[in-house]
Every structure is written in structure tokens, then in C-alpha cells.
Design a protein around this ligand. Structure first.
Ligand SMILES: Nc1ncnc2c1ncn2[C@@H]1O[C@H](COP(=O)(O)OP(=O)(O)O)[C@@H](O)[C@H]1O
Ligand SMILES: [Mg+2]
Length: 362
């Protein structure tokens, strides 16, 4: 791959403290029309990245003061830098460093002294991958905003239809026979369903577009408040909800509320047919993340289809048994992705389900 147009020349940040290595790498890369910036210390590299994002980083492992692993860790911790590919520069017998580099989030490594065609091949591959990832992210954003526009534009005529049905019920009800009433009733139900689906789709798109406002969020308080609000809506039911000690996390409070309310609504919905519903919320932790689980004793589901559940409109229960749009879990997943967390659901038919999510510690 050659980059003759200066405006599209990829920029590489070379972080190394050995003059001979710098010289070799710069000569190979400049010969192939890459722009190269050089940092001989980790701390200088971080300053340069701050000023201007490079397309790729070539990072030496051993440097005085701040070594390559420390630099890599700091870069990968910053969401703005996470997509910059990092290639470690190691020596041939340093397997431990290669392993450690991958563990810290590096994409690849090149062995010193460089073989120029190998260095070029790896740099080109990762730049191409980065460009493809960028196009995919852009396409995804366009899809999200398309989804938002369609939902938004559909909502107004749908609300009009719903109002027209209300007028029809009010003004023409006395003139209809039983079949007419039944038909009108069904139209009204379907129109409300559509409005609910559109609202959920709008919420889904909003979760992609909304800017994250990170604050401290007390998960335990969040679960307790939303749980008691939801239980109040169904006073006739016997519901036991146990909330164990949950962590305080750094997250967007509005998104977390939506996440918690979606998970708890599901737990309450799918335990509806049980004489006594039991919901238990617990948390565990590893050095890197918290894991929160919401376990219920409801209908459960067939694990064979579990990979479908987080996709928009995918449902495993019939609408006439359990109403819903099939967008709730997709919203939860989107919220967790935006916080670099993960979600999964386990269950067994008639033996309850357990929704779990992981949330990185900052
Ligand atoms: N707690 C649960 N117990 C059993 N099944 C669940 C539970 N939560 C989610 N599901 C399954 O996952 C599907 C998708 O959930 P969701 O996206 O929230 O949509 P909805 O609740 O609107 O159907 C549900 O239709 C249901 O089949
Ligand atoms: Mg739901």
C-alpha cells in the first residue's frame, strides 16, 4: 500500500529510545510515505497523543522511567485512544514481553532488529483494520440515526391514528354491534403496541447518540428505588425482592436507571404467573470489574436461543402471554457497551432466569 496524497498519509507515532532503531524504522516508513513522529520517552509519547491522535503506535518495551507496558496501559484506559492500534517492538527471545504486551491490549508485535518488509506488512495490516473499523462504526452510527429518524417520523402519524380511534370509540360506539366493538378494541390495542415499539426504538437510538455524563452511581440505591416503584404498580402480587450490597460505580445515571428498570421489568414480567415471585440481586467482583446478577424464579427460557435475546425485536415469549417489544435487552446491551461492560442472560424453561452484567472498575 502506498500513500502518495499527503492529506491521507497515515501518521505513525514511534516510541523508542534507541537511535539505531529509530533510524531504521523512520527510513522504512518514510520511504513508503508514512508520516512519522518520534518520542524517546513514554511520557513524551502520551503528550504527543494528547496533541494529535496517531493512526498507529510503534512502542518499544524497555525504556527508562515509563516502560512500554505502562504507556500501553495508559493509552488503552482512555476511551478516546482505545482504537489506536499498538505494535510492540520486542527482541526475539522475549516471549514474556510479547505475552504481556497482548495482555495490556497491544494488537501485534515486531521483533528487533526489524525486517523492513515484515514491519511494513504489519503496519499496513493494522492501519487497514483501523480504517475498516472506523467505516463500520460510521455505518453503525448512520444506521442508528436512520433508525431514529424513521421512528421519529412514524410516531406523529401513529399518534394521530390512535387519537382518531379514540374519537371513533367515543362517537360511534353506540352504533356498533359486538363484532364492531371487538374489531375496534383490537385496532386500539395494536395501535398502542406500535406506539410502544416506536418509543422503545427511539430509546434504543438515543442510547447510541446520547453523550455519556459520567458520575458516581450508587447501584444499590438505584435498584432499591426502581424496585419499590415497580412493585407498587402491582399491589396484588406477592413479590419478594432481595437486594444485597451493590457497588458504587462511575456511569451515566440516566442510562443506568434505564438499564435497571429494563432488567427489573423483565424479572417482574416473567415471574407474573408464579404464586410468589422471588428476585435476588447480588454482586461479585474481580480485580478489573464488578459483576451484578439479577436472578428470578419466573418462566425462564430455552438457552438454545440465548444468543438471539439481545437483538432488537427478538423475543422468546408470545405477545399474548407476555406483552413486550423485544427491544429492552438490546437497550441494556447498548448501555453496557457504551460503558465497556458486557451483558448475558442464563435460564432454564420454567426454572427462572438470571441476567448478569459486568462493569469495569475505573
Ligand atoms: N427474566 C426473564 N425471564 C425469562 N425470559 C426473559 C427474561 N428477560 C428477558 N427474557 C426473554 O428475552 C426476550 C427479550 O427481552 P426484552 O428485550 O426485554 O424484550 P421484551 O421484554 O419486550 O419481550 C423476552 O421476550 C423474553 O423472551
Ligand atoms: Mg423487556
Amino acid at each position: 500500500m502506498e500513500y502518495s496524497d499527503p492529506s491521507t498519509q497515515p501518521e505513525i507515532l514511534l516510541v523508542d529510545d534507541t537511535p539505531e532503531h529509530i533510524e531504521t524504522a523512520v527510513s522504512v516508513l518514510c520511504d513508503h510515505n508514512f508520516k512519522v513522529r518520534i518520542a524517546t520517552k513514554g511520557i513524551t509519547a502520551l503528550k504527543l497523543i494528547d496533541q494529535h491522535l496517531p493512526d498507529l503506535i510503534l512502542l518499544d518495551v524497555y525504556m527508562p522511567e515509563m516502560d512500554g507496558f505502562e504507556v500501553c496501559k495508559t493509552i488503552k484506559r482512555n476511551p478516546d485512544y482505545i482504537h489506536i492500534p499498538i505494535i510492540f517492538l520486542t527482541s526475539s527471545n522475549d516471549e514474556e514481553s510479547i505475552k504481556k504486551g497482548f495482555a495490556y491490549g497491544a494488537q501485534d508485535y515486531v521483533i528487533k532488529p526489524f525486517n523492513s518488509s515484515e514491519l511494513l506488512a504489519r503496519v499496513n495490516t493494522h492501519i487497514k483494520l483501523k480504517q475498516q473499523t472506523k467505516s463500520l462504526l460510521q455505518a453503525n452510527r448512520e444506521l442508528d440515526s436512520f433508525c431514529y429518524s424513521v421512528s421519529h417520523d412514524l410516531k406523529a402519524p401513529l399518534l394521530s391514528i390512535s387519537r382518531l380511534i379514540d374519537y371513533l370509540v367515543l362517537d360511534y360506539s353506540p352504533r356498533l354491534d359486538n363484532d364492531g366493538h371487538e374489531l375496534l378494541d383490537n385496532i386500539q390495542k395494536k395501535s398502542n403496541e406500535l406506539i410502544m415499539i416506536i418509543d422503545h426504538l427511539l430509546e434504543f437510538s438515543r442510547m447510541s447518540e446520547m453523550e455519556l455524563r459520567i458520575e458516581k452511581v450508587d447501584l444499590e440505591h438505584c435498584f432499591r428505588t426502581i424496585c419499590s416503584e415497580l412493585i407498587k404498580l402491582e399491589p396484588q402480587r406477592k413479590i419478594q425482592c432481595i437486594i444485597k450490597s451493590l457497588p458504587i460505580i462511575c456511569a451515566d445515571p440516566i442510562m443506568m436507571k434505564l438499564l435497571v428498570s429494563n432488567i427489573l421489568s423483565n424479572a417482574l414480567k416473567y415471574t407474573r404467573n408464579k404464586a410468589a415471585a422471588s428476585i435476588e440481586i447480588t454482586s461479585a467482583e474481580t480485580p478489573e470489574e464488578y459483576i451484578v446478577s439479577i436472578k428470578d424464579n419466573g418462566e425462564g427460557f430455552d438457552m438454545r436461543y440465548s444468543d438471539k435475546l439481545f437483538k432488537v425485536f427478538q423475543r422468546l415469549h408470545a405477545q399474548n402471554e407476555f406483552e413486550g417489544s423485544g427491544v429492552g435487552l438490546a437497550i441494556c446491551q447498548k448501555i453496557l457497551q457504551r460503558h465497556h461492560g458486557r451483558a448475558w442472560l442464563t435460564g432454564k424453561i420454567d426454572q427462572g432466569a438470571c441476567f448478569s452484567f459486568s462493569f469495569p472498575k475505573q
